[in-house]
Design a protein around this ligand. Structure first.
Ligand SMILES: Cc1cc2nc3c(=O)[nH]c(=O)nc-3n(C[C@H](O)[C@H](O)[C@H](O)COP(=O)(O)OP(=O)(O)OC[C@H]3O[C@@H](n4cnc5c(N)ncnc54)[C@H](O)[C@@H]3O)c2cc1C
Length: 390
């Protein structure tokens, strides 16, 4: 078995710099050392290994593309993608933590924040001393965030925030939340809400069957006084959160490849070692069909992600291209995980192997950052010029 060709069937390494390969390798080694040995137990217990956040900070994983003068690593978009790929090979929960911190919290503060806000929050978020979360989804508004009910009402020179957010990654442990709410003119504004502000609570959502090693919660605002210095001055309207989601969706397009490769390599090895009817199950044509189809789809997803990374580095990746890659690659990973689990037979449902955990995690990944069907409609809009959902 040639493991190298499985990980990189079309020799994309030719296009990666030595720095890209080093970043990928060091992230992989960290995942092997710090994530794999503990992740199944955390997922089984429905607990999050939050001690890993500071470790990721030390490695430069948080805010990888944020400039170094704000505490980030100043890396390019392909490096960010490769980091997400390796994290998600460990678990989607770990990739989610890094995605949220980097693309949904640090990015909006960097792109839309005042100089004072950048200096105050970005270095702590990069080191993992501060944990951030991103509040867009509400109990009554998920796929259609334009209907949001959260309100920022002007009071003297400051604001009063009321409303609630739902399904927020890391909200129960977050020190700050980047929250999107409408002002009195019905314009969406971003605000940085700090833990401890009077009237702000973040209860946990428990009993999840997916992303069990990630904390998910609500954000509840009951007459929270938000100083005007906490409003992000550089953006108005839904384009603010949408630009954040574009960055996170891009990372998911890469992350799902790492997950799929993890499932595939486990299933391939198992198929060569497991004997039935006197031969390895890899002998059977139906098993080979599964393996052949899966590696084909993984290779196609890798090409898509790499090309998207090149476009993103050139500032030429448009939201529809990012949407297509998120949808395609997550669906690919779902199909791969399900087929791999079948190859393992009964033992595939246990925590002895990562596949079932990956499979369950994907039920969240296919829903958040825009559901599979919403992304289909985005491509439909791009193709026809007709919106079926506005
Ligand atoms: C584990 C987890 C973590 C999350 N983390 C965050 C976070 O950190 N921050 C945050 O803001 N949000 C977060 N989310 C929320 C996530 O982004 C939303 O769940 C998602 O946008 C879908 O919204 P919804 O669940 O309200 O589903 P709905 O919008 O109610 O959709 C329900 C179903 O209807 C379909 N549907 C809706 N509209 C249409 C249409 N026009 N045409 C066809 N089908 C349609 C959808 O595709 C879906 O199948 C998280 C979700 C999960 C599960």
């Amino acid at each position: 078995m040639n493991t190298k060709s499985i990980q990189d069937y079309y020799l994309l390494d030719d296009y990666y710099t030595d720095e890209h390969k080093l970043i990928r390798q060091s992230t992989k080694e960290w995942v092997n050392r710090s994530v794999r040995p503990i992740i199944d137990e955390y997922a089984q217990k429905h607990e999050s290994p939050i001690h890993l956040i500071k470790e990721m900070g030390k490695l430069g994983i948080l805010g990888s593309f944020i400039p170094q003068n704000y505490g980030g690593s100043g890396l390019d978009q392909i490096s960010y993608g490769l980091i997400m790929q390796e994290l998600e090979a460990g678990d989607s929960a770990i990739r989610s933590i890094a995605s949220v911190q980097t693309s949904l919290v640090m990015y909006p503060i960097f792109a839309f924040g005042s100089e004072e806000q950048k200096r105050k929050y970005l270095p702590g978020l990069a080191s993992g001393e501060l944990i951030g979360c991103f509040g867009l989804t509400e109990p009554n508004h998920g796929s259609n965030p334009s209907g949001m009910e959260c309100r920022l009402k002007l009071k003297n020179n400051d604001y009063i925030l009321n409303g609630s957010k739902m399904w927020i990654t890391n909200s129960p442990i977050a020190d700050i939340a980047v929250v999107w709410a409408k002002d009195e003119n019905n314009i969406v504004r971003g605000a940085i809400i700090e833990k401890g502000m009077a009237g702000f609570t973040a209860p946990e959502i428990s009993r999840k069957w997916s992303l069990r090693a990630s904390l998910t919660g609500e954000l509840v605002f009951d007459d929270v006084l938000v100083p005007s210095t906490h409003i992000l001055p550089g953006v108005e309207g839904l384009k603010g959160p949408m630009m954040c989601l574009n960055s996170a969706r891009y990372g998911i397009a890469w992350g799902s490849i790492g997950l799929a490769l993890d499932c595939y390599s486990v299933a391939l090895k198992y198929s060569l070692e497991r004997n039935q009817f006197g031969v390895p199950i890899a002998t059977f044509q139906l098993v080979q069909k599964k393996l052949a189809e899966m590696i084909t789809e993984i290779a196609k997803a890798q090409l898509l992600a790499w090309r998207l990374g090149v476009l993103k580095n050139d500032n030429r990746a448009n939201p529809a291209q990012i949407s297509m890659a998120k949808r395609n690659n997550v669906k690919m990973a779902m199909d791969v995980a399900r087929e791999c689990r079948q190859i393992l037979g009964a033992i595939g449902i246990t925590g002895d192997f990562p596949i079932m955990r990956h499979m369950m995690n994907l039920e969240s990944v296919v829903t958040y950052e825009g559901t599979h069907d919403i992304h289909l409609l985005i491509t439909g809009l791009d193709a026809t010029g007709i919106s079926s959902f506005s």
